[in-house]
Design a protein around this ligand. Sequence first.
Ligand code: HEM
Length: 412
Amino acid sequence: MGKSPAVVFDPFDAQQLIDPYPGYRWLRDNAPMHYLEEDDLWVVSRYDHCLELLRDPTTFSSKRGVGRLMSGALGRRHSNTIEPLQFLSELRVLIAIDPPDHVRLRRLVNRPFTPREVGAHESWIRPTCEGSFRGLLDAGAEGGADWVKDFTWPFPVTVIGRLLGIPASLSADFKRWSDDLVGMVGGFNTDIEPKMASFMEMFTFFDEAIARRRSEPTDDLIGMLIHNAEADDEPLAADELVLFCVLLLAAGNETTTNLLSNAMRILTSMPDLLAELQSDPGLIPAFVEEVLRYDGPVQALPRGTTKPTTIAGVTIPADSSVLVYFGSANRDERRFPDPDRFEVERNPADHIGFGSGIHLCLGAPLARLEARIALETLCHQVTQIELADAPVPTEGPLLRGAISMPVRIRAA
Ligand code: HEM
């Protein structure tokens, strides 16, 4: 079994977390299949290899990858949890299961997330966005606007809450639950116990919301999922439904917040870009795709091998953990010419910021719609925006974004 040469890459290194891209380039050039001895983790960094792996769920299992990540068994060196919470890896949640379970569950939940179905919500998502944006402008008028706290987190959390049919008054609880869940899975460095309490709170909340809807049907997303599930030959089990709501809340929130944070980091570092989008708003969808390629919110996620297999000429045993670096694949010079240049015109249809294969992001049409509306609103309502202070980045190597981004704004 060939293992990689001297380690230059440490995904948890502070500098690596600030700017991961030079480290990724080193990996792609020197060790495209790299073994992190201390973490017992293989790292895959080139576009073609990532794609090969994502499209072979029989060999590269999400249950053994994302499932193990959820239990805290990955990244143990960086966690202060005493023992992995094994039961979490057994939960049947869409993103952490394999075929045939995945095929069945995905079929049951696909419908409401198609671009067409999602597009029908634009009529209320736009005013929701404008409402959140007013909060940002008001904070700016008082001298202390924060792009993340005042806009990019309240907006997606309100949207997903309304889709699920949950009152807006619970947005703060929603946000706390989703932060804790994402922290538990992606942060590595965090106390799992309080986050588990938050998880149980969220589980109970959705369990009760679902039970209520079984006796009093609703036409929100939860109501629709219950209806679809009951009409199927193999109905969704109660806990599958609860976990799907939990996944939607976490996946549908944090990622969109981070996409918009990364978009702002780019806009404020390229002074002519905002004016370019303002003069041609038709460029906004292409801008969003290039943000997803250039600095996407999901940098990496794991898989676990079900049998011995060879990637990039390196054979690894069954039950190995492999980290698929979407963020590196999207900067692979073998695929994207001049990959470290941000080019709106590039409009990369083949980036893997939303993943690829059977687990391709279910919420991509919603994320694209929210991002387009948010940036259109920005273009309309602001003449100038700049960073007022250094952003506070998210934790850990898997997700990339900001938890705070102070900005100075000039309203239109
Ligand atoms: C910019 C925003 C987003 C990004 C970058 C993103 C990224 C991703 C990625 C990379 C995956 C693949 C995971 C894997 O292969 O293991 C994924 C899966 C998923 N995403 Fe997203 N996501 C975003 C927004 C959303 C939203 C808004 C929702 C829901 C409303 C959502 C729901 C999901 C679900 C349910 C899955 C699992 C799909 C499956 O396993 O079949 N995502 N996402």
